[in-house]
Write a protein that binds this ligand. Structure first.
Ligand code: MTE
Ligand code: MO
Length: 315
């Protein structure tokens, strides 16, 4: 289902914590306030009159914030978003000095993880909020955002986990601290190793990850070579993908397409297969621009593998 460069709406995962929202587009306004000189609100027509920006970006769900992942969920796709740069709206509002975060609110309310909430609230540091790739989007893959995708308008934070991309967006508020709400402080934080120390960090930047799309699991190959293809992605871009057919003893480098914008990158290689009939497990492992490599087990970005059957051609 994920062989195409652009993932169709039908093939893209969906994550909704508390229930989707039917928004009355005629009455919907986005409020921009907080530490700004000129707070304002804007409707959908107003947003559409502002300069349009688009970005192609991989889109990945972190997984459940209640149950730590022990393996790769591969809740991922690659889509094109269109809307207005968040920086354009913040410029119009005129930031006050001391602003450090932008809080984003979604209109959904309900219960999750034993807590009752009347909004979905996330936050971004101001440096990311002002980056040119961050959008207040009203289209996905050239079509208006559907209700399930967070229409009419959602936040898009390319390179960062899906949880940061607030759907049914209704308010952007500029602040001088992080939001102390369940989705920013109780959930979606994790311990990361940084220079030898363990640091608790928000679930922001996506680490290297990859997915084999060809061959498919269980495919039968009757030649002594197999063509392997797939996608690799990471917040800061993937610099290499290595493939193994001998249980991670030896690795062969794949060709990796250079990255444009925040899109996922195709990798491809032709691997030799044993001469005798056997089961072969192909493992793929991506390395990002900082040299960080996918682990072989136990992590949410565990290297993906596909098992195929090497057979002899019937004569
Ligand atoms: N308002 C709101 N925004 C939300 C969510 C939500 O539950 N409510 N889920 C988040 C999570 S965890 C992910 S992974 C993405 C999923 O976006 P998608 O369903 O369009 O793939 O939306 C994010 N934005
Ligand atoms: Mo998610």
């Amino acid at each position: 289902m994920l062989r195409d460069f652009i993932t169709s709406d039908a093939h893209l995962f969906e994550t909704i914590h508390m229930g989707s929202v039917e928004v009355d587009v005629e009455r919907w306004r986005l409020q921009v306030d907080g530490l700004v000189r000129r707070p304002f609100s804007i409707g959908l027509e107003g947003l559409r009159r502002l300069p349009t920006a688009s970005v192609t970006a991989f889109h990945e769900c972190f997984g459940s914030p209640l149950v730590p992942a022990s393996g790769n969920l591969l809740r991922v796709g690659n889509v094109r978003w269109t809307g207005v740069r968040l920086a354009v709206l913040l410029e119009q509002a005129q930031l006050e000095t001391g602003a450090t975060h932008v809080w984003s609110d979604g209109l959904d309310s309900g219960e999750f993880g034993g807590r009752k909430m009347n909004r979905y609230r996330k936050d971004l540091p101001i440096s990311k909020a002002l980056s040119h790739e961050v959008l207040v989007a009203y289209e996905m893959n050239g079509a208006p955002l559907t209700r399930e995708r967070g229409g009419p308008v959602r936040l898009i934070v390319p390179g960062w986990f899906g949880t940061n991309m607030t759907k049914w967006l209704c308010r952007l508020s500029v602040r001088r601290r992080r939001a102390s709400d369940p989705f920013t402080t109780v959930w979606y934080n994790r311990d990361m190793e940084r220079g030898g120390a363990v640091v608790r960090e928000p679930v922001w930047e996506v680490e290297p990850n990859s997915l084999i799309t060809q061959p498919a699991p269980g495919d039968t190959i009757c030649t002594d070579k197999v063509e392997v293809k797939g996608w690799a992605w990471s917040n800061n871009g993937v610099s290499g993908v290595a493939l193994s057919t001998d249980g991670a003893a030896t690795w062969q480098s794949a060709e990796v397409r250079p990255r444009h914008e925040f899109e996922w990158q195709q990798f491809a290689a032709t691997l030799p297969l044993p001469r005798r009939p056997s089961s072969v497990r192909i493992i793929a492992r991506a390395r990002d621009a900082d040299g960080s490599i996918q682990p072989l087990s136990g992590a949410r970005n565990t290297a993906h593998s596909v098992q195929i059957e090497r057979r002899l051609a019937s004569s």
